[in-house]
Design a protein around this ligand. Sequence first.
Ligand code: I3S
Length: 129
Amino acid sequence: CPSSPKLPSTPSEKCGVLNVTKITENGKKVRKNWTSSWTVLQGSSLLFAKGQGGSTTWKFGSTQSKPEFTVDLRGGSVDWASRDKSSKKHVIELKTRQGTELLIQSEIDSVINDWFRALTETINTHSDE
Ligand code: I3S
């Protein structure tokens, strides 16, 4: 993560600010509610903490809030969201085995592409568990 720039980042350790909304929870459709979240990929879990909508929350270290929401990526799937899921650009659709669907978005091309790669690798790495 950003606090240790000297360490090579591994596929299972990634963080950043993303726009996130749930669209389905336990198989039931829920209303979209896009929020800017500090997002951490840790092992096979993806953690979200509601941020104050920018980079200032994490830059200064220890004041990170507790994860507000965690998803287990094992047995899940990740794909680019189709046009009918969102009018936004660069949207990833993440489905968990538990029947939760999330949309994850960033305005920044390279950022969302890195997340797509990291999430795909994580799901593939942990697919046998
Ligand atoms: O899939 P939808 O219903 O077009 O999603 C939009 C709505 O959630 C909207 O909020 P309201 O519930 O107040 O209508 C959001 O502001 C939009 O961002 C959602 O669409 P996008 O295409 O941005 O995901």
